[in-house]
Design a binder for this molecule. Structure first.
Ligand SMILES: [Zn+2]
Length: 316
């Protein structure tokens, strides 16, 4: 491994940063997760450097062996310049993150928004088994957003934010969202929103429900209030899926993110809602088939593999 042929993929998050080191064929050589520090841009650079050095150390490699670096960043980025326009969770505004990492490791660095990066990863994962061309990757975690791959290419939109469905208003005058609007889809279906709805209905569960996974577990165990919440989440998400299909006519809707890890408990309410739509409408029966939905397997990390793809020159 003397020549520069290693690829580094990074998923830079507000609380932790994950790195994956791959060879030119796409085999995993090492993985690491480090805590993210964001008080200053220098601290963030330190975090990213630590993640990269950790995976290099695992295979006794040096920075000179890196061919290129790909990075998914939670916010608005300009892939052409490597500038992060705005990433609230990373405390960055108009910051040249790509050039800064390039200078530190003396290697090309490619940036993209994190959900769009994961969409590239999900697309490549699917392509290993079927020749899909257009997908929507829906990520449900602390927030909700979709990444669109249309006709084999990432669809970024004018500001690189195409697919920000979490901030579509579904209940005017509803709960205030982090974005400042009221009644966004995200205020119903993102992880914190799912927890909030159950605790609002049953305040005494406050100490036992920590995350959306707990809400889904309670629903499986027969808790009626939790069942009502996950049913409502299923209604909202099935509608969002219907919008995405009607707007973009994609072949697959791929679902990932922390909330989706609840598996069938998460997916069943969505499946039920879509089945009802199909029952009453030939249009829905044609366009919203059961096989349209694809849950990302928990052992595949689309954010990291999408970042490796960015490093390889994918998504451009
Ligand atoms: Zn919003």
């Amino acid at each position: 491994m003397q020549t520069a042929q290693l690829l580094v993929g990074l998923d830079v998050g507000g609380t932790k940063t994950a790195a994956l080191l791959a060879d030119a064929r796409g085999n995993t050589l090492a993985q690491a997760v480090v805590a993210t520090y964001t008080a200053t841009p220098d601290e963030l650079l330190g975090t990213i450097s630590r993640a990269i050095r950790t995976v290099l150390a695992e295979v006794h490699a040096t920075p000179r062996q890196i061919q290129s670096i790909g990075m998914g960043v939670p916010g608005q980025v300009d892939p052409a310049t490597g500038i992060v326009q705005l990433a609230v969770n990373l405390n960055l505004q108009r910051y040249p993150l790509g050039p800064a990492i390039s200078a530190r490791f003396k290697t090309p660095t490619f940036l993209e928004n994190d959900v769009r990066t994961a969409a590239i990863g999900a697309f490549n994962h699917l392509r290993q088994t079927e020749p899909v061309q257009s997908i929507a990757y829906v990520s449900i975690g602390t927030g909700l957003a979709a990444g669109m791959i249309l006709n084999g290419r990432l669809h970024r939109g004018h500001n690189g934010m195409a697919g920000e469905i979490g901030h579509m208003i579904v209940e005017p005058g509803g709960v205030r969202c982090n974005c400042g609007q009221y009644g966004c889809l995200e205020t119903f279906v993102a992880g914190p929103a799912i927890v909030r709805q159950l605790i609002a209905a049953v305040p005494e569960m406050q100490n036992t429900i920590r995350n959306a996974g707990d809400v889904y577990a309670a629903a499986v165990q027969g808790n009626a209030a939790a069942q009502a919440v996950v049913q409502r989440v299923g209604q909202h998400l099935s509608r969002a899926i219907q919008w995405l299909v009607m707007m973009y006519d994609v072949e697959k809707i791929v679902i990932g993110g922390g909330v989706a890890r609840s598996g069938d408990a998460f997916l069943d309410p969505i499946r039920q809602e879509l089945a009802q739509l199909r029952q009453h409408s030939p249009l829905a029966a044609e366009l919203l088939r059961e096989e349209k939905l694809h849950l990302m397997p928990p052992d595949y990390n689309p954010g990291l593999w999408g970042a490796v793809q960015l490093a390889m020159g994918g998504g451009r």
